[in-house]
Ligand binder design. Sequence first.
Ligand SMILES: CCCCCCCCCCCC(=O)SCCNC(=O)CCNC(=O)[C@H](O)C(C)(C)COP(=O)(O)OP(=O)(O)OC[C@H]1O[C@@H](n2cnc3c(N)ncnc32)[C@H](O)[C@@H]1OP(=O)(O)O
Length: 216
Amino acid sequence: MSENGNGLPRRRAAISDLGEALRLLVEHATATEAPTEEILRAAERIRQAAAPLGDRVRGRFDTASADDLLGGVRLYNPVTGTGSAFAPPLKIHREGDVAIGVCTLGRAFEGPPSFAHGGVSAMLLDQILGYAVTVSGHPGMTVQLDTGYRAPVPLYTPLRLTASVTAVDGRRITATGTITTADEPTMLLVEATGVFVALRAEQAQRLFGPVIGRSG
Ligand SMILES: CCCCCCCCCCCC(=O)SCCNC(=O)CCNC(=O)[C@H](O)C(C)(C)COP(=O)(O)OP(=O)(O)OC[C@H]1O[C@@H](n2cnc3c(N)ncnc32)[C@H](O)[C@@H]1OP(=O)(O)O
């Protein structure tokens, strides 16, 4: 499916609207203490709502028609995508050479009771480190991610992430990042160092050729 004129902005807005509705559903479905009969009714209604969306779906190598792969628009990215059911979503912007991210994690991201799952913190950091690496002009894929957990990351609390590139050594780019709460940006909760490797042309072709070839 291709969209042009007003179609693309409208489609992107619709996808983000659906994403927001799905995230509300995920939050309520995770936190609910509704009666069992209500849960059973909801499951049935949700299956009915989902069915028409499954009538036309893309294949593994097809880019979403609303995305712009080379322009960095990824509506279904599981960390930042506004169309994703389970992205927080993390919002990232640049302040000079530093990438700054903000998000709030709901109940679905829980690990230790009332705190975020450690894998979720690593996922957020991988994304923002990857962003910092990309906007520095040295895009690459993560080959190593080291995370240090200093204190638990609270749910339902605005978080602040940072990331910046610390070294470029041939194809290898190193970046470091942090998670704190927005209210206490000096109290470190999680820190990470990521090593990223720039792809050689033949590697990019081998890994992403089928996708690039189909995206228009
Ligand atoms: C604007 C919006 C943007 C938005 C941007 C958003 C970005 C999102 C970021 C998400 C990032 C991901 O999750 S990416 C998905 C997770 N990552 C992956 O799936 C990557 C899997 N790995 C691979 O496929 C492969 O390792 C490749 C293709 C990346 C590289 O293979 P290779 O070319 O054979 O690598 P190799 O020769 O062994 O190593 C290349 C160089 O890296 C070094 N190296 C390799 N591994 C390591 C390591 N663990 N730690 C240190 N250094 C290492 C080697 O010593 C070597 O250095 P030297 O001898 O040259 O000095």
